[in-house]
Design a protein around this ligand. Sequence first.
Ligand code: WQD
Length: 340
Amino acid sequence: MRVLLTGGAGYIATHTCVELLNEGNDIVVADNLSNSSEEAVRRVKKLTGRDFPFYRLDVCDARALNDLFDSEKIDSVIHFAGLKAVGESVSKPIEYYTNNLYSTLTLIEAMRAHDVYKIVFSSSATVYSVNTTSEMTEDMNTGCINPYGWTKYMIEQILRDVAKTDERWSAILLRYFNPVGAHKSGMIGEDPNGIPNNLMPCVLQFASGRLENLTVYGDDYPTRDGTCVRDYIHVVDLAKGHVAALKYMDGFSGCDEINLGTGKGTSVLELINTFERVNGLKLDYKIGARRPGDSPACFANADKARRLLGWKAQLNIEDMCRDAWRWQTMNPNGYKKGSD
Ligand code: WQD
């Protein structure tokens, strides 16, 4: 199978490239490198010993995208490309709606024009409304609290409506929970631009001295230790979920949403303590005020992925902490020059 990965130089996408290549698929990577590095593409080639075309393009650029489809025989698409910083989306809603929605519509048009009808979309647990319950099933109410989440929700709806127009369309919407960790080689990993917002990159940069403080945002939540609970999933498990979704699509017509999570919740303090233990470190974090918008607990019901895709997360929070730290210590400046 020949798979186009938009945003293919990104964190989850590069790990998905490795799994696809290792399973004998061919891939084509397209990325505008606005929040990623071509070094990551080079690392995937080195890691797998496989070569593949890389197109530096913006998915909003219809001409460039159609030229790619004209040049490459694509069987299916995994659509990762998009702006994804929750906080930034609140201050830049126009950029987020324009980029994320327009790029998707441009992609779908190019696919249809080239008789490509299989798409896996990188969606998010952010589409779920902040419910009183913590375990999320796919049929639960959606309702977003930031423009980033709304773009994911709206793109899901676009794909649902498009899939109804022609039975050849096959769309799987993968709702990620909290991706963390890195490939066990330490050659690819998460390389956030600027000051990170997410917990694991903050832990990593604090532990390596790139960040001055590590703050636990609130310890007075109604959870077992007072800190927020999330469903952290190893990025390699997440990547394998995409491979499983592509296989499932061979016999699937329509559009369906599927959670990709472990089904287990881990608190902020539990993650920090596990990170310290498996890596032999002591982190001098401090307890601060709650972060606006955080829900006390959120984790996946992962039954549908197991039922439909035959997929279940295999790696645990210790693997995530160990693999993330290996990436960080091997690449203290991420993919920037002189970091390997
Ligand atoms: C997890 C917990 C923080 C940093 C976000 C996006 C979501 C998805 C995953 C894309 C929270 C706490 C964090 C820190 C802390 N991304 N925390 N100190 O908010 O669950 O989800 O990333 O789809 O869309 O919203 O993840 O890692 O930001 O926070 O205490 O320095 O860690 O308060 O409770 P979140 P997170």
